[in-house]
Design a protein around this ligand. Structure first.
Ligand SMILES: C[S@@+](CC[C@H](N)C(=O)[O-])C[C@H]1O[C@@H](n2cnc3c(N)ncnc32)[C@H](O)[C@@H]1O
Length: 336
């Protein structure tokens, strides 16, 4: 087996740094070091627990689409259709990173904190900062997370000053965590369920959340187009892959201004660059197909838009040899 020193000597310095950062993140985010026992609220690790619930209930499964324990009708209804009482009496934990508070119910919802460096990176991206400065001009922007979880990506945009942030998550517990977090951070939030027909964006609303599949985003964004700044940042936020959201992400991005799609994927360490470029190629095909469909690209005229990988952020690792990455893909505007 290859020794660590052999392995490390073959890596670029940024790859070595990513390994050490990922190791630190993994240790810091391990459940035994961050989740307090439900009956003992703690404030010493940066994670606080609130409320108490029956510890004998079966634990939740982590993915919204995953199958549920066959023998637990209680868990199914709590998880998929929680009552207000379920929400009020559950264990909620919170954390504050870079001044941003997030809440989640560890029994019922995935939580995925980007490392603190990633939150700072998002808030300081030149593309995000310029959109904030351009608020109330045609260059202002809306940011979207198609699988928002507790809101790490979404809240980083709101904290940076992005005026409107739209979130989707299929798990009602994630949306409730998002709602609690937004309120705690002082951002007005409106939450809609999947069957909501009448959706309105109010001027004071900073975060709008939909409890439904992220693939409904296109219909919702079309319905809101007169009250939204152009969509310029889209996070394809599901793990371990965001593949199911690629087409929706391209379709909701403003074609005249272009924008950024942040794709979350899990790659083998040695394949990160190769796979990121493969993902880029997939986006190129989707952009071309959609531009043709929308009449922007005909045989007689039009130039193909070529998405570019602007940055790859290796943000953590749950499995040895695999990296959870965020790939920032810039989709250029339609040529005038
Ligand atoms: C890793 S967490 C989200 C992290 C978040 N995007 C961020 O950047 O901070 C993944 C979330 O995807 C949600 N999810 C999975 N499939 C989904 C779907 N089809 N539509 C909406 N949400 C989905 C899960 O409920 C979970 O909350």
């Amino acid at each position: 087996m290859e020794s660590w020193s052999d392995l490390l000597s073959n890596l670029e310095s940024d790859e070595t740094e990513s390994i050490f950062l990922a190791t630190c993140d993994q240790r810091l985010s391990h459940p035994s070091t961050t989740y307090p026992p439900p009956e003992l609220p703690r404030h010493d690790s940066g994670v606080s627990g609130v409320a108490v619930e029956d510890d004998t209930k079966p634990l939740r499964r982590s993915n919204a689409a995953s199958s549920l324990p066959a023998n637990s009708a209680t868990t199914i209804s709590r998880r998929e259709r929680p009552t207000q009482d379920d929400l009020d009496s559950a264990v909620w934990v919170s954390t504050k990173q870079n001044g941003i508070v997030q809440y989640w119910a560890p029994r019922y919802a995935d939580v995925h904190h980007h490392n603190t460096a990633e939150n700072v990176r998002i808030s300081h991206m030149a593309s995000v900062r310029s959109a904030v400065v351009a608020q109330n001009t045609p260059k202002a922007c809306t940011a979207v997370d198609l699988a928002s979880g507790a809101g790490s990506f979404a809240f980083s945009h709101a904290a940076a000053g992005v005026h409107k942030v739209l979130c989707w998550d299929a798990n009602p517990w994630s949306i409730e965590g998002l709602r609690r977090g937004a309120i705690k951070n002082g951002w007005h939030i409106r939450v809609y369920s999947g069957d909501s027909k009448s959706v309105k964006m109010h001027s004071k609303t900073r975060v709008m959340a939909f409890c439904e599949s992220g693939n409904n985003a296109l219909v919702r964004v079309r319905g809101l187009k007169d009250s939204l700044p152009p969509v310029r940042h889209v996070n394809c936020g599901a793990l371990p892959t965001s593949r199911e959201f690629c087409e929706t992400a391209v379709a909701i991005l403003d074609p005249r201004l272009g924008g950024w799609i942040h794709v979350q994927e899990t790659y083998r360490m040695e394949e990160v660059i190769f796979k990121a470029n493969k993902t880029r190629l997939e986006f190129e095909a989707i952009v071309e197909g959609l531009d043709k469909e929308r009449g922007f690209l005909t045989q007689a005229n039009g130039i193909k838009r070529k998405p570019v990988v602007q940055h790859i952020q290796r943000i953590g690792s749950d499995v040895p040899g695999m990296f959870h990455c965020i790939i920032d893909i810039h989709v250029p505007p339609l040529p005038i």
